[in-house]
Design a protein around this ligand. Structure first.
Ligand code: 2HA
Ligand code: ZN
Length: 285
């Protein structure tokens, strides 16, 4: 089968375009990687080109040795993924020692995303902690989440709790919470290590003043997670624009009731008693 006819490639391109339509991918902002299933790579193997051009990843991911990924290209625009896929995206293979990759299809005049170390280290953690279920890592420049990183204390408890409070579905969609990484230089191993540590316990991590990383089983769930969190952040931005204190909100015991009915476990560290009705300001600084 031609690579572009494969369903996983079609689904990937649709998600990339959806992200662009949401306004999360200005210029070359954001990146998307998918860990390809054995039967999927088999279905397109006649259209892959093997070379000996192995390139350093910039970190080690032995847990992904021999895995194949569909990835956006460095400097490429999400806006162009559906228009010019062979230039904008490509298929890579990770070497047997997990330190290098080679390109097998696409990425014409390009290379994989500049955030490849973060993507692959996140994939390695998620593959391990979900027994291979998670396959998608998505990085987007979500406007409202970024805005919040200028005003909320940069910690997991405040971001999780405040975003949970903004929409009843949130604790059901991301019951484990959200992690936050302080501002760091993007593209390198340090930010990859910090993010992948958070991915041990969360499916979403916020990069202060930059954007968000989400992990999921498939394109729908991963896009849906990004969308839900960013929507909640939009509501929070609107509320904070109207007032410096909530008049009413969802209270800790109400979250506990919700958890029971929806059969999710909500860690108690996010259900702290607040000192006042501000946005975590009085509880954390
Ligand atoms: O260039 O979003 O973080 C794409 C990015 C870097
Ligand atoms: Zn980015």
């Amino acid at each position: 089968m031609k690579v572009l006819d494969a369903k996983f490639v079609q689904d990937y391109m649709r998600m990339a375009d959806d992200g662009f339509q949401m306004g999360w991918h200005e210029r070359n902002g954001g990146n998307l990687t998918y860990r390809i299933k054995a039967e999927e790579i088999e279905s397109v193997k006649d259209n892959l080109t093997e070379t000996d051009n192995w390139v350093e990843i910039g970190t080690e991911v032995p847990g992904l040795a021999g895995e194949f990924f569909l990835t956006t290209g460095s400097g490429r625009f999400f806006r162009n993924v559906v228009i010019d896929p062979e230039t904008s995206i490509g298929i890579i293979e990770v070497s047997a020692d997990g330190t290098k990759y080679r390109t097998l299809w696409g990425l014409k005049d390009s290379k994989p995303t500049s955030e490849l170390p973060s993507h692959l280290m996140n994939h390695e953690v998620k593959k391990r902690v979900t027994n291979g279920k998670h396959r998608v890592i998505y990085h987007a420049h979500t406007t409202n989440v970024i805005a919040l990183t200028f005003v909320l204390p940069l910690n997991d408890e405040v971001f999780t709790r405040e975003l949970w409070e903004m929409a009843t579905e949130c604790p059901v969609v991301f019951p484990d919470g959200i992690g936050v990484v302080d501002w760091m230089v993007p593209g390198g191993r340090d930010i990859a290590v910090a993010t992948s540590k958070l991915m041990e316990k969360y499916d979403a991590a916020i990069w202060a003043h930059h954007g968000m990383f989400c992990s999921g089983e498939d394109f729908d769930l991963t896009f849906g997670l990004m969308h839900t969190i960013e929507k909640s952040a939009e509501i929070l931005v609107k509320v904070m624009s109207m007032t410096n204190a909530k008049r009413q909100t969802i209270e800790p015991d109400q979250f506990r009731d919700l958890a029971k009915d929806f059969k999710v476990t909500l860690p108690e560290k996010f259900l702290y008693e607040k000192k006042d009705k501000t946005f975590g300001f009085a509880d954390f600084n």
